[in-house]
Design a protein around this ligand. Structure first.
Ligand SMILES: N[C@@H](CCC(=O)N[C@@H](CS)C(=O)NCC(=O)O)C(=O)O
Length: 210
């Protein structure tokens, strides 16, 4: 049996965690689903019925992890030899930007995609403040730092970077030089390509059969 079972749908946020699986060199088997034919039983693993979902087969018991950011960090924790965890001095930035990307940045991108407007006098109530403020804040960091945790790639970049790369690709983040340069640094990685190739193949197969 493999160490992990990875539940995914090809064209989904599952791609974020597949990248992490490949950065970690994890021993995993995939269960590729499509939205319509997701088995009811999947809800017993993730009641949100969402992907990515990861199950860690750990000795005589299983651990389920959901939420792409949590999954990616969990993979770094379970593969410490891969040097994807932050060192003492990188920890603050690592967690800051990992949570920033899965909280404020995700909300900002989603609010833009959905056309949700935060009234100006209510921006203090919204965790992301405003789309502009969120993007300016991340841009400011990336203009002075090559990666989320500082000067080197860590697992935080698989999540922060996925948000940036997807945002640029789908136009929910405007092309700013710091975002584009960051995206280029990340998409150059062999683990990124290995993961991307698998999902691209699955997407092509689904398109040709449907
Ligand atoms: N907060 C979750 C979001 C996961 C999510 O929304 N996944 C979508 C695909 S991109 C999904 O599974 N949607 C299917 C559904 O809700 O029925 C995460 O970051 O992992």
């Amino acid at each position: 049996m493999t160490d992990f079972t990875f539940y995914t749908v090809a064209m989904s946020r599952g791609q974020i965690s597949r990248w992490a699986l490949h950065e970690a060199g994890a021993d995993y088997k995939q269960i590729v689903m499509d939205w319509e034919s997701r088995p009811e039983s999947f809800k017993t693993i993730n009641p949100m019925n969402k992907v990515p979902t990861l199950v860690h087969h750990h000795g005589d018991h299983d651990h389920t992890v959901t939420e792409a950011a949590a999954i990616n960090h969990y993979l770094a924790e379970t593969h410490p030899d891969k040097n994807l965890l932050p060192d003492t001095h990188e920890k603050a930035s690592y967690f800051r930007w990992l949570f920033f990307a899965s909280g404020p940045l995700e909300q900002a991108i989603m609010s833009r995609a959905m056309g949700w407007e935060v009234p100006e006098d209510k921006s203090g109530m919204a965790g992301f403040g405003s789309v502009e403020l969120t993007l300016d804040t991340l841009e400011n960091w990336l203009a002075g730092n090559d990666f989320a945790a500082g000067g080197r790639f860590t697992m935080a970049d698989t999540y922060v970077g996925s948000q940036v790369v997807w945002g640029l690709q789908f136009g929910s983040i405007e092309a700013r030089p710091a975002f584009e340069a960051y995206g280029a640094r990340l998409t150059d990685r062999s683990a990124y390509h290995a993961a991307k190739d698998i999902d691209a193949k699955l997407i092509a197969e689904a398109a040709s059969s449907g």
